[in-house]
Design a protein around this ligand. Structure first.
Ligand SMILES: C[S@@+](CC[C@H](N)C(=O)[O-])C[C@H]1O[C@@H](n2cnc3c(N)ncnc32)[C@H](O)[C@@H]1O
Length: 418
């Protein structure tokens, strides 16, 4: 299987044919499901009627069904589970919060193959509701059975928005993060689960998440995809340049870079506190950025990455535009190879980081490239704004508008992460 599965622009080969032109986790195939939502009433527990003020769930669109179908493929679960950084951090977080999980009721939002539910059962959960709308739930049920956990883990095959759980829960666990954090729009389902079922004072893992951006230089990438056409077996194929730029850089690209590609400290695009974030906050995210390049280099675009923390408790307030801060996701090697400051982590929380300087994950980083590099000098200010909108057509996709101004040049680049 490809270790570089998520590309949106054909830069890398992909083992999978994706349903829409790229997009990593989205897989081939659309199939209609006509399944009634499951309703589970645990023995001996009183039925809690649905609150009258509960808002109606968003309808399940054809795009949603295609999305769930994409998760019915084994390859995507294999890829996620083989991402040891991801899976081992989740396991460590669950075991770290054992005292909050033992004898408690858990909901696993989007259980997939069931692995996080099983970790929670191993941590001593009394009952785990493992919810997944994809047909992978059928396999999850079998996995649970084969591990003699059917008395503890109840697999509900349906949408979090539709299934009924007739008790309040102590813990919500979910691996909901997409490329650029918000791609897939799954956080909305965690919010729905939180508002439907979480007890006051309950635990959410992960507890908060942060999306970062930073200017990048990547001459190798440019030369490999673009300059390559200048001399092909001695033939001048420069006529291909415009097309090559368009094909390579029109849409965001999911690929792995290193700390060496980063020109300066990252900027926090958005921080979400999973205890308090509201659905409407995710529809459109805007930020203004201002960087000062730490070196002279060709600027090729911007990189985006995220981290999530597994904290036991509610953090501060939600916020959006935190300033550009010397707060990498951990150590960010400077372009000259030195080390910058360590991430401030006052809570000593477990962190799952997808930063370029940290061990790679299947999320890699997401790059928005310019069509042509821009030479920047040391201390040059690079500023502009960024807008991330859930696509109106398919809320799993993300419309990106990047405004850029530096050294007397300014332009706007619009693209779609799909
Ligand atoms: C990123 S995978 C994580 C799977 C598993 N928890 C793991 O860590 O390996 C997300 C899963 O959530 C499911 N999912 C996404 N949104 C959902 C929703 N609204 N209701 C139920 N399942 C959902 C998808 O079908 C997919 O299997």
């Amino acid at each position: 299987m490809s270790s570089d599965p998520g590309h949106t622009n054909g830069y890398h080969n992909d083992d999978y044919q994706l349903q829409q032109s790229g997009g990593g986790r989205l897989r081939r195939g659309v199939r209609r499901r006509s399944r009634e939502p499951h309703r589970y009433v645990p023995h001996g527990l009183p039925r809690v009627p649905q609150k009258p003020e509960e808002t109606k769930p968003a309808p399940c669109t054809d795009f949603d069904m295609a999305y769930f179908q994409s998760y019915a493929h084994v390859g995507i679960h294999e890829e996620m589970i083989k991402d040891r950084v991801r899976t081992e951090t989740y396991k460590a977080a669950i075991m770290h919060h054992r005292s909050a999980i033992e004898d408690k009721v858990v909901v696993d939002v989007g259980c997939g193959s069931g692995i996080l539910s099983i970790f929670c059962a191993q941590a001593g959960a009394k009952r785990v509701y493992a919810v997944d709308a994809s047909d992978i739930a059928v396999q999850a049920k079998e996995v649970v059975k084969a591990n003699n956990l059917s008395d503890k883990i109840i697999v509900l095959h349906g949408r979090v928005e539709d299934v009924q759980i007739d008790e309040k829960v102590d813990v919500i666990i979910s691996e909901w993060m997409g490329y650029m954090l918000f791609y897939e729009s799954m956080l909305g389902s965690v919010i729905t689960a939180r508002d439907r079922w979480l007890k006051r004072g309950g635990l959410i893992l992960p507890s908060n998440a942060t999306l970062y951006m930073a200017p990048v230089t990547h001459p190798d990438r440019y030369s490999e995809s673009i300059d390559f056409w200048r001399d092909v077996y001695g033939i001048d194929m420069s006529a291909m340049l415009q097309l090559a730029k368009q094909c390579a850089f029109e849409e965001p690209s999911v690929e792995t870079i290193t700390g060496e590609n980063i020109l300066t400290w990252p900027h926090v695009v958005k921080h979400v506190d999973c205890y308090t974030v509201q659905l409407h906050e995710l529809e459109s995210i805007t930020t203004t950025y201002k960087f000062k390049s730490m070196t002279a280099a060709p600027l090729h675009g911007f990189a985006f990455w995220f981290d999530v923390e597994f904290n036991g408790h509610v953090l501060s307030s939600t916020n959006s535009d935190l300033p550009t801060v010397p707060l990498g996701s951990s150590n960010i090697p400077s372009v000259d190879g030195g080390q910058r400051k360590k991430r401030t982590n006052p809570n000593e929380a477990l962190v799952l980081s997808t930063a370029p300087e940290d061990p790679p994950t299947h999320w890699q980083q997401t790059l928005i490239y310019f069509y042509d590099p821009i030479e920047v000098v040391q201390d040059q200010v690079i500023e502009g704004s960024l807008k991330l909108d859930q696509s109106k057509e398919n809320r799993r996709f993300m419309n990106i508008r990047l405004e850029y101004a530096s050294g007397g040049r300014s332009f706007v680049k619009e693209s779609v992460l799909r």
